[in-house]
Design a protein around this ligand. Structure first.
Ligand SMILES: NC(=O)C1=CN([C@@H]2O[C@H](COP(=O)(O)OP(=O)(O)OC[C@H]3O[C@@H](n4cnc5c(N)ncnc54)[C@H](O)[C@@H]3O)[C@@H](O)[C@H]2O)C=CC1
Ligand SMILES: NCC(=O)COP(=O)(O)O
Length: 334
């Protein structure tokens, strides 16, 4: 069976899973808006049907839902929902660790469905890492790491994109005190290889040019402000350049984000989360996309969190979820 999407008149063989995020956050609010943006796209929401229904009522949204299970056809004109109970009563804006196991089940269903071919891709609405840590898994650090474990891959790469700007990270959800130890020749090599390969494979860039940031102020100032550049980053970049990778750097992070330099590169590689993402979010918060590179399936996500302050108010903006869904549809069709 072929399923039609309105994005670029694409045809997909399988639906795309949309996980609804923390049931008390803005995820359900935003997911309910997707049918209006993609009326013909084969989307399946994974989450608590009652939560979606109640949130639609709270928001005054016209959102017909239908029940869906793997193997069943989609019901046109509705948002098909693979009902995944939250596990506790849900009030918008009031996170509850008792819902954490339901959230994990929702993510696992989407990931396993991508792995077994049920879904063509998955798009995730935001979860609260602390709620999952408190209620289900103290080791949970984010979708990125959870999906890597589900897929059985050692390393994936978090990349956020806002229009022309692409920022990928060597380390993701790691305390700052552990970042230096995590920037190794091996992690840097694997990150750059995944980034280069997916810029070619997913973004159709023939010879990706990657700008790599240093870790320390002034990229270490020749070893006077830290030795990671001299000991690890420079030798690793030199070795990868010798193999043909087009790399610039390591450059000082404070001056690397200049329009002229960015125009000469296809992506920036930052060493840690808050080195790269504030710039990206300044450039495009609300419309940016988070994509996990290196997975054996397509996963895109929003650029924002659960925004419990906005859940159920109608003030949450859907731009990032719409952009993430559009990209997933496009990638799934290529
Ligand atoms: N992809 C994911 O699952 C992500 C989850 N998070 C989680 O979200 C939780 C809350 O994180 P915060 O740092 O407070 O970030 P946040 O993004 O939830 O909120 C930051 C500010 O942006 C506003 N905001 C966020 N999304 C918005 C939207 N769509 N429309 C309008 N305004 C919006 C919020 O109202 C708040 O003022 C944390 O537990 C974190 O782990 C954070 C980032 C990504
Ligand atoms: N800042 C990005 C973020 O926290 C999203 O993480 P993930 O849940 O997509 O791994």
């Amino acid at each position: 069976m072929s399923l039609t999407s309105d994005v670029g008149r694409l045809t997909l063989e399988r639906p795309i899973a949309i996980t609804c995020g923390d049931p008390a956050g803005i995820g359900p609010d935003l997911v309910l808006t997707l049918p209006a943006s993609f009326p013909d796209a084969p989307l399946v929401a994974i989450g608590d049907r009652e939560v979606l229904s109640q949130r639609a009522t709270q928001l005054g949204l016209e959102a017909p839902l239908s029940d869906w299970q793997p193997g069943q056809p989609l019901t046109p004109g509705t948002l098909p929902v693979w009902h995944t109970p939250a596990g506790a009563p849900v009030t918008a804006g009031q996170p509850d660790p008792a819902t954490a196991n339901g959230t994990i089940t929702m993510l696992a269903r989407a990931a396993q469905g991508c792995l077994d071919g049920t879904f063509a891709a998955m798009v995730t609405a935001p979860v609260a890492k602390n709620v999952i840590c408190d209620g289900a898994d103290p080791a949970f650090t984010g979708h990125t790491e959870f999906l890597a474990a589900q897929a059985g891959v050692d390393q994936v790469v978090m990349m956020l994109t806002a229009r022309e700007l692409r920022v990928a990270l060597v380390t993701t959800h790691l305390p700052l005190s552990q970042v230096s130890r995590a920037v190794t020749a091996d992690s840097l090599t694997r990150t750059l290889t995944i980034l280069r390969d997916d810029l070619i494979g997913k973004y159709r860039i023939e010879e990706p040019r990657i700008l790599v940031l240093g870790l320390n102020p002034h990229a270490g100032e020749g070893g006077h402000l830290g030795r990671e550049e001299l000991d690890v980053i420079i030798p690793t970049l030199d070795a990868l350049r010798a193999q043909g990778m087009a790399l610039t750097g390591p450059l000082p992070a404070d001056t690397a984000f200049q329009p002229d330099l960015l125009a000469q590169h296809d992506a920036v590689l930052a060493m840690y989360h808050d080195q790269g993402l504030p710039v990206l979010k300044y450039a495009g918060f609300g419309e940016a996309i988070n994509i996990t590179l290196g997975l054996p399936f397509i996963r895109t996500s929003v650029d924002h969190g659960t925004a419990f302050d906005l859940a159920g108010t109608g003030q949450a903006k859907a731009g990032s979820l719409i952009a993430a869904t559009r990209l997933a549809l496009e990638l799934a069709a290529t």
